[in-house]
Design a protein around this ligand. Structure first.
Ligand code: MG
Ligand code: MG
Length: 255
């Protein structure tokens, strides 16, 4: 069931969204060569504690994971793309790092992800990251009342196609608000004009992610981390947005 939010509820999600943006911004600064993933996890854990926020990941036990998850941020390196379990690893020059963060404050959730290159960036890695960012921007641009979920999905897959990257349709975006995952599901590929009609008050996380040369993922032996099936590098960009009467409001964009 899709729950539409009132303007007041969206304002509360914006408060959470701004905190998520702040923490991800700090992680982008801190993720340098030699920094351990566990240091980044510890930083997020402390930020959440000080803010009195709730981690959406802590104790998360979905059917696909080897639960419960005992971390507050997902950190995915190189061929890892989703649900990356932080582990004892010092970042190396040229690593591609995806940071995905979902928290609640006073019962209202926001979810965002960003990918960076640590140290010296290879052009093909920057291109992959840019593709996910372009796809996210294209998807947000069509998140207008009267359009449909299929328009968002199609905008993402069109950008992937232009760049020449395959698209996985299993893991995509989602509604959110009181919890991290609500209806509707938002596939990263689809047909325009199909699916649930967008309307003011709908709050969704849009999250294009691509691997360079495959649309398939495999689960890591750690039981959580999803990697590209062929070991190719990956990138992921995500924002939480609210559909309004006008252009969408991007709740996790730093203001
Ligand atoms: Mg996320
Ligand atoms: Mg998400």
């Amino acid at each position: 069931m899709v729950e539409l939010k009132t303007p007041g509820e969206i304002e509360r999600m914006l408060v959470t969204g701004q905190f998520v943006a702040e923490v991800l911004g700090e992680l982008r600064e801190r993720a340098r060569v030699g920094v351990n993933l566990l240091e980044l996890e510890a930083h997020v854990r402390e930020k959440i504690r000080l803010r009195g926020a709730q981690s959406c990941y802590w104790d998360y036990s979905p059917s696909f994971g080897r639960g419960p998850f005992r971390n507050t941020v997902c950190l995915s390196v190189n061929d890892a793309v989703l649900h990356g379990l932080p582990f004892d690893y010092a970042l190396r020059d040229g690593d591609v790092l995806t940071m995905d963060l979902a928290v609640g404050i006073d019962g209202w959730v926001a979810d965002s992800a960003t990918t960076i290159v640590v140290g010296t960036a290879a052009p093909e890695d920057l291109r992959l990251i840019r593709a996910t960012e372009d796809a996210l921007a294209a998807a947000i641009a069509v998140a207008l009342p009267g359009n449909r979920i299929g328009d968002i999905s199609a905008a993402i897959s069109a950008v992937a196609h232009d760049y020449g990257y395959p698209v996985n349709t299993e893991f995509g975006g989602h509604g959110l608000g009181r919890t991290m995952h609500e209806d509707p599901h938002i596939p990263n590929a689809g047909k325009p004009g199909r699916g649930y009609r967008l309307r003011p008050g709908l709050t969704i996380a849009i999250e294009p992610w691509f691997a360079r040369t495959t649309d398939r993922v495999v689960t890591d032996p750690d039981g959580w981390t999803l990697r590209s099936a062929d070991g190719s590098r990956t990138a992921h960009s995500e924002h939480t947005i609210a559909i309004t009467d006008d252009v969408p409001k991007v709740l996790t964009l730093a203001r």
